[in-house]
Design a protein around this ligand. Structure first.
Ligand SMILES: O=C(CO)[C@@H](O)[C@H](O)[C@H](O)[C@H](O)COP(=O)(O)O
Ligand SMILES: [Zn+2]
Length: 189
């Protein structure tokens, strides 16, 4: 029981600091995303492991709904097509599994959101770098020092922890806060 309480308390402490330091950046990303959606652009999201699940979670909130009855929003997780993922990894390299999808689906004016707790996953960093070259707005959702994210991201949102699970808990909070604010900002209160 003590262990559970210690984990919960660490998680709360990290998410509280996250909101305090990164809140303004989250608000600016909400504005930017609404502008991109209004201009016919879309959000492409990707990451590995738990962050692949987070990418899918965010895309589902936006395409389906969060709290409101409203029209679907254009978001796509690049982590779900096992034929594409295995073919690219098998024929080329795992570090290109998101790059090739960015090249196929990304258009200038879209947003590429890469999720990496360490900021060091080559497939996430390469996809953000390529997205930027192609004229997408790039966002790194990360933790700790952010690894290589600052070099390839127009906006870096960082959970202030060095522990992967705590960082992921901050990322989940981001997904829900972002989805709720997007619904309000895009469709009105
Ligand atoms: O969920 C977890 C750990 O909590 C793992 O599945 C974790 O996401 C994987 O090890 C990832 O490969 C880590 O990649 P990254 O966050 O450093 O980019
Ligand atoms: Zn996890």
């Amino acid at each position: 029981m003590e262990k559970i309480k210690a984990i919960l308390s660490a998680s709360h402490e990290v998410t509280a600091r996250f909101v305090e330091t990164e809140g303004p950046k989250i608000l600016s990303l909400v504005e930017k995303t609404c502008e991109v959606f209004r201009n016919g652009g879309k959000l492409l999201v990707f990451g590995n492991g738990g962050s692949a699940a987070d990418a899918q979670h965010l895309a589902a909130e936006l395409v389906n709904r969060f709290k409101r009855e409203r029209t679907p929003l254009p978001a796509l997780a690049l982590t779900t097509d096992t034929s594409i993922l295995t073919a690219v990894a098998n024929d080329y390299d795992f570090s290109l599994v998101f790059v090739k999808q960015i090249e196929a689906l990304g258009r200038a004016g879209d947003i590429a959101l890469g999720i990496s707790t360490s900021g060091r996953s080559p497939n996430v960093l390469k996809a953000l770098a390529r997205a930027r070259e192609l004229g997408l707005f790039t966002v790194g959702l990360t933790g700790g020092t952010g690894g290589g994210m600052p070099e390839v991201s127009d906006l870096v949102i960082t959970v202030p922890s060095e522990e992967t699970p705590r960082i992921q808990e901050g990322h989940l909070l981001f997904i829900h806060v972002f989805s709720e604010l997007i619904e309000e900002a895009y469709f009105g209160k």
